[in-house]
Design a binder for this molecule. Structure first.
Ligand code: THU
Length: 135
């Protein structure tokens, strides 16, 4: 379980990352903060592109930053978008799935107020395909 302090920290870090969101095409600004098993936090924002498809979501930015610095074990992610709740897209759910036990990994869906929801990745991506399926 996550304690209240780490939940607050992750939401704050996601909001901070959101301030760097590059989203001139959708105007939909998103920030994410990913908690690693060792307590380190990697944040990310969405980065759009004039050619549209090269754009990247905030969650994947955070995951790729962490993995590219040697972190591959994660506990939780906080996401802050435009409304009360910004659920991660299907591609980001699958990218997260690669590195976590879906029942244990917590997704904190926050907005601009104090309310938030927590869902496990298992709830968001049931019966998922992961590395074990290839072995
Ligand atoms: N987006 C994210 O960064 N994360 C989500 O969870 C949902 C969508 C981005 C992608 C795109 O830059 C913009 O929000 C609109 O879809």
């Amino acid at each position: 379980m996550l304690d209240a302090e780490i939940i607050d920290t992750l939401i704050r870090r996601a909001r901070d990352a959101r301030s760097f969101s590059y989203a001139p095409y959708s105007n939909f600004h998103v920030g994410a903060a990913l908690l690693c098993i060792d307590g380190s936090i990697y944040s990310g924002c969405n980065v759009e592109n004039a050619a549209y498809s090269p754009g990247n979501c905030a969650e994947r930015t955070a995951v790729f930053k962490a993995v590219s610095e040697g972190h591959t074990k994660f506990k939780a992610i906080a996401i802050v978008g435009e409304g009360d709740v910004t659920p991660p897209c299907g591609v980001c759910r699958q990218v997260l799935r690669e590195f976590v036990v879906p029942q244990d990994f917590q997704v904190i869906l926050a907005g601009h107020g104090s309310a938030y929801k927590i869902k496990s990745l298992e709830e968001l991506l049931p019966l998922s395909f992961g590395p074990d399926n290839l072995i």
